[in-house]
Design a protein around this ligand. Structure first.
Ligand code: FAD
Ligand code: SF4
Length: 502
C-alpha cells in the first residue's frame, strides 16, 4: 500500500528548497499547504513594500514547487488555526508537519495545533547550542560568541588562531564618508513579472492597510534575484564594506551594504551560501582581510547572536522597559515632514521609499532618538516591525529592546547606545544642511540630539552610576556649566517633538 502524503505547512520565511521540512520532501511523498491569515494582513498597517515582498516571494516560491510537481494549496482564512481546521476537515487523514517557526507566538501556536515540527536549520547555530553557550557565560558579549563561532565553524582560521593574527578589525573599519568626491557602488535594479504585478494589484484591490511608496526596482522577489543581489554585493560593494559600514551620506542610501537581509530572513538565501560565496571571493585575493572579516562577523556573529538571544531570553523579554520610558511614538517617525532634523527626516524618507535603511541610521539616528526622548520601547518596536522590509520578531525584539533602547537593563548591551549630535556629525554629511548645530545644546538652533543626550544622562545618572562603562560619559555632566539651561531646553525640545513641530 502507498503511504499517504504528509502535508508540509509552509511559512513565509522558510522559502528554501534545501532546508527545513522541504529538505527531504518530494512530490511523491509530500504536498504543500500555505495558510494566509487575514488577521496578520489587516489588523495592523504594514509598509506596502514589506507586504508586497513577503507575498510575492512566497508566490514565486510556490510556483517553483508546482513546476517541480508538488500539489500546493493556499487557504485564505481569518487566522492560522482556522485555516488549519479548514484543511483538516477536508483532509481528515492528513499529517501536518512544518519547520519550527521563528517566533515564540507561532511556535506555541503550532505546538498547540499538534503540528509535527522539524528543527529550524535556517540559522548556522541550533537553538540548544546557543543556549548552552549563553548559559556558560558571565556576560553575553557578542565578541566572545563570535570568536567561538569562528572556531566552531572554522571560518577565517589557521588552526586555533584567527587568520592575520587578529579577531577583530574594527579599528581599520568604520570610516566616515570620504570628504572629496567618492563613487559609491551602483544599485542593482530588479525587474517585475506577472506574479509581482498580480500581487501588487491584489494589495490594492483588497484595500489592505498599508503605507509607504509603492515598490520600485529596489527589491527582487525570487531566489534568482536574491542570488543576483549576493553577486552584486560581492562584486561591487564587498571590498569597501568594512571601511564604510558605519558611514551615512545623502549621496548613497545603501553605501556598501549588502541589502541581503530581506532574502536571508525569508529563506531565499541561506547564511551558509552567503558565507561560502564571500569566502570564495576573499580567497580570490582582491578583498582586504579587514573588510571580509567585518562582513563575516555580521553573518556568523551578529545575526546568529541576535537569533540565539531571542530564544534564550524568552517571550516576556519583549515587554521589558527598565528605563520606564513611556512617551508615545513621536510623529516624526511616521512622517518626515514633522521635523527639520536633517538626519531624521532623511532616514524616515528613505524608509518611506524603500522600507530599509542600514544599521547605523537604525541604531544611531532612530533608536538613539527613541532612547534619549524616553519613547516607549514597545511602541517603537511595533513601528519598526511594520516599517522595515526585513523585520521579523526574532531580529527586531533583541535589536530594539536590548541593543538599541537598553530596555532590558543591560542584559544584551552593557551600556546604552546614547549619543549627541557629534557622532552623527562625524559619521555623515547630514549636519551640513541641517537647521541645527550639532555642537550646541542650548538655544533654538541647538541640535536636539545634543540637548537630549545630556538630559538623558542627567535623568539616568543614578541608574547608571554603578556601570563602569558609563563612568566617562557621566563624568562629562559635571563639566557642563549650563546643565540647568540644557535641561530646560530639553523640556522644550521634548514638547516640540511630541507635537511634531521641531
Ligand atoms: P549588512 O550591513 O550588509 O550586513 C550583512 C548581514 O548581517 C545582514 O543582512 C544581517 O543579516 C546581518 N546582521 C548585521 N547586523 C545584524 C543585527 N544586529 N541583527 C541581525 N542581523 C544582523 N536586521 C534584520 O535583518 N531585520 C530587522 O528587523 C532588523 N532590525 C533592526 C533594528 C535595529 C534597531 C537595529 C539597530 C538593527 C536591526 N537589524 C535588523 C540589523 C541590521 O540593521 C540589518 O540586518 C541590516 O541593516 C540589513 O541590511 P544589509 O543586509 O545590507 O546588512
Ligand atoms: Fe541631526 Fe543634529 Fe546633525 Fe541636525 S545637527 S543633522 S539634528 S545630528
Amino acid at each position: 500500500m502507498v503511504a499517504p502524503k504528509e502535508t508540509i505547512l509552509l511559512l513565509n520565511d522558510h522559502l528554501h528548497r534545501h532546508y527545513g521540512a522541504l529538505k527531504n520532501a518530494t512530490p511523491a511523498t509530500h504536498r504543500v499547504l500555505v495558510v494566509e491569515s487575514e488577521r496578520m494582513l489587516t489588523t495592523r498597517s504594514w509598509h506596502v513594500q514589506r507586504l508586497f515582498f513577503l507575498i510575492s516571494a512566497r508566490d514565486h516560491f510556490l510556483q517553483d514547487l508546482v513546476a517541480e510537481g508538488f500539489e500546493v494549496e493556499l487557504i485564505r482564512s481569518p487566522d492560522t488555526p482556522a485555516g488549519i481546521a479548514q484543511y483538516r476537515l477536508a483532509n481528515p487523514d492528513s499529517h501536518i508537519v512544518a519547520t519550527e517557526p521563528s517566533s515564540h507566538r507561532q511556535l506555541k501556536q503550532f505546538q498547540e495545533l499538534g503540528i509535527t515540527l522539524h528543527p529550524n536549520d535556517f540559522f548556522l547555530t541550533p537553538r540548544p547550542l546557543f543556549s548552552q553557550w549563553a548559559s556558560a557565560q558571565k556576560t553575553l558579549v557578542m565578541e566572545n560568541f563570535y570568536r567561538a563561532q569562528r572556531l566552531r565553524l572554522n571560518i577565517l582560521m589557521e588552526g586555533a588562531e584567527p587568520i592575520g593574527g587578529k579577531w577583530n578589525y574594527d579599528a581599520d573599519n568604520r570610516l566616515p564618508p570620504p570628504k572629496g568626491e567618492h563613487r559609491w557602488p551602483a544599485y542593482l535594479q530588479h525587474s517585475r513579472d506577472a506574479i509581482d504585478e498580480r500581487v501588487l494589484q491584489e494589495i490594492v484591490d483588497r484595500k489592505l492597510p498599508v503605507f509607504g511608496k509603492l515598490p520600485d526596482s529596489t527589491w527582487g522577489t525570487t531566489r534568482q534575484a536574491a542570488l543576483q543581489q549576493l553577486d552584486h554585493f560581492l562584486t561591487h560593494c564587498f571590498d569597501e564594506f568594512g571601511a564604510y559600514e558605519d558611514a551615512m551620506t545623502t549621496e548613497s542610501w545603501a553605501v556598501n551594504h549588502s541589502l541581503l537581509s530581506p532574502y536571508l530572513n525569508v529563506g531565499l538565501l541561506h547564511a551558509e551560501e552567503v558565507i561560502e560565496a564571500a569566502l570564495k571571493r576573499f580567497k580570490g585575493g582582491d578583498i582586504p582581510l579587514a573588510g571580509a572579516e567585518g562582513f563575516i562577523r555580521q553573518i556568523i556573529g551578529w545575526r546568529e547572536y541576535i537569533n540565539g538571544l531571542y530564544w534564550f531570553f524568552g517571550d516576556l523579554y519583549r515587554h521589558e522597559n527598565s528605563l520606564a520610558a513611556n512617551r508615545p511614538l513621536l510623529p516624526l517617525f511616521e512622517d518626515s515632514s514633522k521635523t527639520e532634523m536633517k538626519c531624521v527626516a532623511t532616514t524616515v524618507e528613505d524608509i518611506h521609499s524603500r522600507a530599509w535603511v542600514h544599521h547605523i541610521p537604525r541604531l544611531m539616528v532612530l533608536s538613539n532618538l527613541a532612547l534619549i526622548t524616553g519613547t516607549s520601547p514597545q511602541e517603537f518596536l511595533d513601528w519598526m516591525r511594520r516599517a522595515f522590509i526585513d523585520a521579523a520578531d526574532w531580529v527586531m525584539v533583541p535589536n530594539v529592546i536590548g541593543m538599541s533602547l537598553h530596555a532590558d537593563g543591560g542584559k544584551l548591551a552593557t551600556k546604552p547606545y546614547a549619543s549627541g549630535g557629534a557622532y552623527i556629525s562625524k559619521m555623515s554629511n547630514y549636519c551640513k544642511s541641517c537647521a541645527f548645530d550639532p555642537k550646541k545644546r542650548v538655544g533654538e538652533d541647538a541640535c536636539p540630539f545634543t540637548t537630549l543626550y545630556w538630559d538623558f544622562l542627567s535623568r539616568n545618572r543614578d541608574r547608571f552610576a554603578k556601570n563602569h562603562r558609563m563612568a566617562q560619559q557621566l563624568a562629562g555632566i559635571n563639566r557642563l556649566s549650563d546643565l540647568a539651561e540644557t535641561k530646560e531646553r530639553a523640556q522644550e525640545v521634548l514638547d516640540l517633538l511630541s507635537r511634531g513641530e521641531l
